[in-house]
Design a protein around this ligand. Structure first.
Ligand SMILES: *Cc1c(COP(=O)(O)O)cnc(C)c1O
Length: 385
């Protein structure tokens, strides 16, 4: 019997969590200090950096993007009977955070080019019960925000940016995360900046800041107490515990401070894929990512649209045999078990149904070096269906 080395040891992973130069030093500092709970000095520094780095009126760290989305639902007062429009091509949490408060999710299809919520289909989905529209800047490339914001303003519907992919990306010179009334960030290990699990709520409507602090701190006015604005703190509203430990914030701060290098590197990897694969893609009828001229990418992912599901399946197997992990992405939410309970049916979002079968993502991570990328590119170029 032939001996083979385990494929697992030679695999190029799809993702590796990033690290940053000051991570260990900041961790030692927080572990040696007397503060490990939330809202300590590292949390404050992360929040200040997110505010100055984006221009958001207020940033609050949370334990995840999912939690920040749930805080958005609470802040908007989402109740049973309300409707929330969500793209079908997104992560479960964009919908679940509103469904858990009784909202009916109305699924919007995505544009065939950017794979973002299709603004041309949005207005027809808005009813008198619509309270919010969630947009996702897929891969870190902005939605058509001028059109979406105009439609939502006309119907007095709040816009929530699920900006999990888009931190430090831009739209017509404005930072992603500052365009909606609220925006949510993820610092899960698969994102550009990570502390394992983490998130943030960006608040662009100053009228929501005080209540957000209360909801995040178990429904107490503790934040006002620490600022000396009240002389004791007590139970004043509903709420939960949405704040992460300062230990996580220490890791996150090191990454956020390293953002220029991280983003420059991810951009270089993205552009190198795009150049190296252009001729191959054209020959095989594979579509590369579309970045409109007015969008500054956040360089979150590099994805390809294969000609068919069969070709995609063969491509993923081909790469896997060459030690490269490439993965598909979102399944249409409107066709999931929960999506169908919200009224989703086959044919509702034809673009989502189509692209979800054909999309594949190549490895892209902060520590990816040229030799690893060369191996991925060589494996891709060796594919001919
Ligand atoms: C990663 C992701 C989330 C969830 O983030 P968590 O921090 O794991 O809760 C939500 N929405 C989108 C679009 C994501 O990519």
């Amino acid at each position: 019997m032939a001996t083979m080395s385990s494929p697992a040891t030679t695999l190029i992973p799809f993702n590796r969590p990033g690290s940053a130069p000051n991570e260990a030093a900041y961790l030692s500092e927080v572990l040696a200090s007397s503060t490990r709970c939330g809202d300590g000095p590292f949390t404050k520094r992360c929040q200040a950096l997110l505010e100055s780095g984006t221009g958001a009126a207020k940033a609050l760290l949370t334990t995840s993007c999912t939690d920040a989305l749930e805080m958005s639902a609470l802040l908007l007062g989402i109740r049973p009977g309300d409707e929330v429009v969500v793209p079908s091509f997104t992560f479960v949490s964009s919908a679940n955070a509103f469904a858990i408060h009784g909202a009916r999710i109305v699924f919007c299809d995505v544009r065939p080019d950017t794979l973002n919520l299709d603004e041309r289909r949005l207005e027809a989905l808005i009813s008198p019960r619509t309270r919010a529209v969630v947009v996702v800047h897929y891969a870190g490339i902005a939605c058509a925000m001028d059109e979406i914001l105009a439609i939502c303003a006309r119907h007095q519907v709040a816009v929530v940016e699920d900006n999990a992919h888009g931190l430090f990306g831009g739209y017509r010179g404005r930072a992603l995360g500052t365009l909606g009334r609220l925006a949510t960030q993820s610092f899960h290990e698969t994102k550009n900046f990570s502390c394992g699990e983490g998130g943030a709520l960006l608040i662009n409507d100053p009228a929501l800041v005080e209540r957000a602090e209360i909801l995040r701190e178990k429904g107490t006015n503790r934040a006002l107490f620490f600022r000396g604005q009240v002389d004791k703190y007590s139970w004043v509203d509903v709420g939960s515990s949405f704040l992460p430990s300062d230990i996580l914030a220490a890791v996150l701060l090191a990454q956020l401070e390293h953002r220029a290098a991280i983003q420059t590197h991810r951009e270089a990897v993205w552009r190198r894929y795009d150049g190296a694969l252009a001729e191959w893609a054209a020959r095989l009828g594979v579509r590369r990512p579309v970045v409109p001229a007015h969008c500054a990418s956040a360089w979150h992912m590099y994805h390809l649209l294969m000609p068919s599901l069969a070709v995609r399946s063969a491509f993923i197997v081909h790469l896997r045999q060459r030690g490269v992990m490439a993965v598909f992405h979102y399944l249409p939410l409107h066709l999931s078990v929960m999506g169908r309970r919200h009224g989703g049916a086959p044919g509702d979002c034809p673009v989502t149904e189509d692209v979800s079968d054909r999309l594949v993502r190549l490895p892209l991570y902060n520590s990816m070096d040229a030799a690893i990328q060369d191996a991925v590119i060589a494996a891709v170029l060796a594919f001919a269906p």
